[in-house]
Design a protein around this ligand. Sequence first.
Ligand SMILES: [Cu+2]
Length: 431
Amino acid sequence: MDKKKAIWFVGSALLFVGAFAATEVGAQPAKKFELVAKQRDLVIDEGVVLKALTFNETVPGPLLLVNEGDTVEITVRNEDAITHGFSVHAANTQTSLSVGNLPAGETKKLTFKADFPGVFMYHCAPGGHGIMTHTMAGMFGMIVVEPKKKYKLEEQLGKPPDLKVYVIQHEVYSNGRDFFDGKALYVMFNGYNFRYVNEPIPARPGDYVRFYYLNVGPNLISTFHAVGGIWEYIHYQGNPNNVMVGSQSVISGPTDSWVIEWRVPAEGPFTLVSHAFGTQAIKGAIGVLSSKADAPRVREVRSEGNTVSVPASPKRVVAPFEIGSSDLDRPVRFQPGETVQVQIVGNSFWPKVVEVPVGAEVTWVNEDVFDLLEGERTGRHDVVITGGPEEFSSVEMEHADKFTYKFEKAGEYDYVCTIHPYMKAKVRVYK
Ligand SMILES: [Cu+2]
């Protein structure tokens, strides 16, 4: 072979290897998912409705299951009137570059390789201030990257689990002030207060159970525990290499996760609980695993929220950004001469309803700190009357800016922030 031919041959061979390698990578089809951003009313307790922001109309959103090494393709479609976005912690890449800012009506796609196994959170990410407020209002879910390596108990027993339980712990807030202060109204597993007290998870004594546990938060630190049980092996973040033995609980800050392996020790009800009793368990974060020899066989319990239909006249409406039931958003009445101040905080007005005498001055102060960016991505706000005896509008307020208006005419004034038009509140002016 002369020199020229040799170069051609080597070059062709490299091209061939390259093409083959490309085909090899492409040969494995991507795991594809579609997430749709949409506002939706959801039932979170008997007769209790949450005005939520959702992915695919449930809170939590869909459970995404992939395997380590998979190429994952996620299409995010915004069917809402406001900007949304997407962030997924299973991707070791800056996802905001492709899906971080998704205006109303648009669709964008994200592709990544699931190189790290474990239990991860995904959430809405329009950018800036909106990331926090949209996540609080329900836009989150779990993605599990199943590892190539076996978890400890599976390796030991030589068989897969009898039951897989995917659990998300999350909080519900009735206004932005409580969101800032971490004062959750409810704390729940998979979208409903005491969901698995109402519908206990069936298992049999001796069953090998694997929990995929994710604390979404957005604020509280949970300690997941089974009353009457000790977690046999726990894997921090769900990575099989992070293994610990014999634990009464797992501690999880917001977005922390665990794979927990446990053999049901006996018959009887085992209460699953966040051991933060006063701030979490008592507010809804309790479930039951019911162990009986003849229990029905359920192979998995998924983390999606429920799709219970909304009652015609709920006993309570939780509306983080607008006026909910009067027991939650109780009108605050001010007497003549009192200073009236309304905070703008966490994309809500607080108090949401104030009653003031004719001639009173009302001052709004913007407590939202993240005043960078624009639109849904910013914590800047304004106050604009949408109905009432008089009309007025403030300028756009940055953090700690104030606006004052003197009410001279009695009546009911509805107002919004035009940057976040779902922020609704009211001033009642009495004689
Ligand atoms: Cu969103």
